[in-house]
Design a protein around this ligand. Structure first.
Ligand code: ADP
Ligand code: MG
Length: 698
């Protein structure tokens, strides 16, 4: 065990209460964990603001001046207040906690450094719970560092005495304890070639910088480490798999594939589809297990590619399964596959959470006996009780809602791991793909089937609502159908549902019965009601479907030509692009109308304009990433990429690339990390994979 693994309670100043809060609030268990809690900014002591420069909501500031005697204030909540004065004016300092201590400790008549975030109340600027530092004359003995690190803290931590300042004190204790004992994790030659400071120096500099240069150098080093290890994790997995896992060899193209191709394929494959099928086929006969990502815009024909590959698996005596993220989408895939393979004597079944127990039992038995060729389903597929006869090929649709752990669970479903194809309809920006799917080979369908008319997208605001409804009427008069979609965002689900119902009422007024029929669908409906409403729309009995984003995936109504999105500014661009992909499936010109409130922020405007200007999913994904950052990209929450502490996948793109190249070069020369100088990396990976710390899983 290394020194950094030492329990946090070993640290001076950390009792049981603080330890508990550190664990709960920040996931800090060891001294090493603590050191990885980096400042998110620094206050420059030499950069002192004056009271007359302050405004409401200005950032953290440092002030220098005198504090009056704190006085208790009357009011609902007990509080203390004092005046802070410098040469330019006076503001109020306020405390709600630790009143006794504050009252006793403030030294009137002495000069203080006061740090905090100004806020305004009744037109008066104040700082609540400022950090204070007494400037004493005898300070000559130890000059304070020019920068004050600012750490993220939480309400609970603050109550336990661990404000940013308290955390800084712990950092000092940690350094005293560890002096010289922070191990390097990067190989020496990497550190040297990339001109990085040692890990110890970087840690020291990032917590206690002496100048701007030290902040820059140490931050860069820790970002490098973070991205390097992230790539290593993915890339090593890839190398390891390529080395170890023998794949099923699908050598033949047989009757199923050939008959389908000759008799059932209603159109010519696009060149991109042909190329991708070839890539997959090459993988499948290589003797190595395939792990491939298939990217392609909505409507580019991924499902067909998947089916062709399933037929190859079948021709080689293997079962396939297709896993979709939602029941609607699974059902849709099931119907599509059944329709496409009609008359070919291929046994397809659907397994989802809502299949009744008795039926499920039969499906499972048939699956195990090998009677089912293709199984379509939701995550019900990865339940332990689902056993295949000989699973050879797995298709996962919309992967990043599943996550790597679930993916790997599928591998355990057969002796030799099946070939895996991950399909994603949300195009992923290159930097993200490079990291997130670093362990996968990548195929791209970059061409839409011929004859598609690009969807016309417009931006409309409330002022134009009536005109928009008029347009919908015209489309409906032409026999077309329209979608009206409302955002449904988890945190405000109740409000959103109210929005949806109000919208439904409003639309019902403009589009009255009996001339117009309106379906309504949302996630809180019982499945049978939902299915009934969807069917009404599919059969063309309802001209309008008002819904939340449940239709985002999996509704295929070629007669629908208008997608109207309400509160469009609240959706992610990729999500809007997905929604838009619901229309334009038939031969008629289709439209997407993005409704927003009248006044939008500059960013919101730019995002909507991106949608109006472009039909290209990749361009849109890039724009989304740049404008909103990765945190808002759907499904990315579970990916781990957002756990990055320092590096930013967008801003640090050059570093994302260079670290990836460094990892690749290293693994090319030493794929098993056998060299002594790479032992540190092997150790890191082992700890990461095997050393699950159960105490951290609550
Ligand atoms: P994706 O899953 O990539 O969004 P789909 O596989 O659902 O796309 O295909 C969208 C539509 O295009 C389907 O109706 C499909 O039958 C059709 N399609 C697929 N490939 C072709 C092709 N090569 N030529 C014409 N139409 C195609
Ligand atoms: Mg599809």
């Amino acid at each position: 065990m290394s020194v950094t693994d030492m329990d946090i309670t070993m640290l001076k100043g950390v009792g049981p209460n603080k330890a508990t809060q550190l664990q709960r609030e920040l996931g800090i268990y060891t001294v090493g964990d603590l050191l990885m809690h980096f400042p998110y900014r620094y206050l420059d002591r030499t950069h002192v603001s004056t009271v007359d420069q302050l405004y409401d909501d200005s950032n953290l500031v440092v002030l220098r001046g005198h504090i009056s005697r704190p006085m208790p204030q009357t009011g609902r909540v007990p509080r203390l207040s004092a005046n802070f004065t410098d040469a330019t004016g006076t503001i109020e300092l306020v405390w709600f906690k630790g009143l006794r201590w504050i009252q006793d400790s403030i030294k009137v008549g002495h000069e203080y450094l006061v740090m905090g975030k100004p806020s305004s109340f009744n037109g008066q600027i104040s700082i609540i719970h400022p950090d204070l530092e007494l400037l004493t004359s005898e300070q000559g003995s130890h000059t304070p560092l020019p920068f004050i690190p600012v750490y993220n803290s939480t309400e609970k931590l603050k109550n336990a005495g661990l404000s940013s300042k308290g955390l800084a004190r712990l950092m000092e204790n940690a350094f005293r304890l560890l002096e010289g004992h922070i191990e390097e994790v990067l190989p020496a030659d990497i550190v040297a070639t990339h001109h990085l400071p040692s890990r110890y120096d970087a840690m020291r500099m990032i917590h206690f910088p002496r100048n701007h240069q030290e902040i820059a150098v140490s931050t860069q080093r820790m970002k490098f480490e973070e991205l390097f290890l992230l790539h290593l994790d993915y890339q090593y997995a890839k190398y390891e798999r390529q080395r170890k896992s023998n794949g099923l060899v699908f050598g033949t193209i047989g009757e199923h594939f050939n008959r389908f191709y000759a008799e059932k394929l209603p159109f010519e494959l696009t060149n991109a589809q042909k190329r991708v099928v070839k890539e997959i086929r090459n993988d499948m006969r290589s003797g190595k297990q395939m792990n491939r990502l298939l990217q392609g815009d909505v409507g580019s024909g991924k499902t067909l590619v998947a089916l062709l590959c399933m037929l190859i698996a079948l021709d080689n005596g293997c079962q396939s399964c297709l896993m979709a993220p939602t029941e609607i989408l699974a059902t849709q895939h099931y119907n599509t596959l059944c329709r496409m393979t009609e008359g070919l004597d291929i046994h397809i079944e659907l397994l989802t959470g809502s299949v009744k127990a008795a039926a499920k039992k039969i499906i499972k038995a048939r699956l195990e006996s090998g009677d089912i060729d293709l199984l379509v389903g939701t995550h019900a597929l990865i339940e332990d009780s689902v056993q295949f006869h000989n699973l050879g090929f797995v298709v996962i649709d919309e992967q990043h809602r599943f996550g790597v752990a679930q993916r790997s669970k599928l591998w355990t479903k057969s002796q030799v791991p099946p070939h895996i194809l991950v399909m994603t309809a949300t195009p992923i920006p290159r930097t993200l793909a490079m990291t997130l799917y670093g362990d996968l080979e990548c195929s791209v369908i970059d061409e839409l089937p011929p004859g598609r008319k690009p969807i016309q997208t417009t931006h409309a605001t409330e002022a134009q609502r009536l005109a928009v409804y008029g347009f919908l009427r015209k489309q409906i008069a032409l026999g077309r159908q329209v979608y009206v979609v409302y955002p449904l965002i988890q945190e405000s689900e109740k409000m959103d549902l109210v929005d949806l119902m109000n919208g439904y009422d409003a639309i019902s007024n403009y589009f009255p019965l009996p001339q117009y029929q309106i379906s309504i669908v949302h996630g809180k409906m019982p499945p049978d009601v939902k299915a009934y409403e969807m069917d009404r729309f599919k059969r063309g009995e309802a001209q309008i479907m008002v819904s939340t984003t449940v239709i985002e995936v999996g509704v295929d109504v070629p007669n629908a030509t208008v997608m109207m999105v309400e509160n469009a500014e609240r959706f992610g661009l990729s999500q809007l692009h997905q929604l838009r992909g619901r229309v334009g499936r038939g031969g008629s010109q289709s439209y997407c109308i993005l409704m927003t409130k009248d006044h939008l922020s500059a960013t919101a405007k730019e995002r909507i304009q991106t949608m109006v200007d472009s039909n290209d999913g990749f361009r849109i994904a890039e724009a989304d990433l740049k404008l909103r950052g990765p945190g808002d990209i759907q499904g990315l929450q579970q990916s781990g990429i957002l756990d990055l502490r320092l590096a930013d996948i967008v801003d640090d793109e050059p570093l994302v690339r260079s670290t990836r190249e460094a990892v690749q070069a290293l693994l090319d020369t030493d794929p098993t990390l056998a060299l002594p100088e790479h032992y540190c990396l092997l150790l890191y990976l082992r700890n990461k994979r095997n050393g699950i710390n159960w105490s951290r899983i609550s």
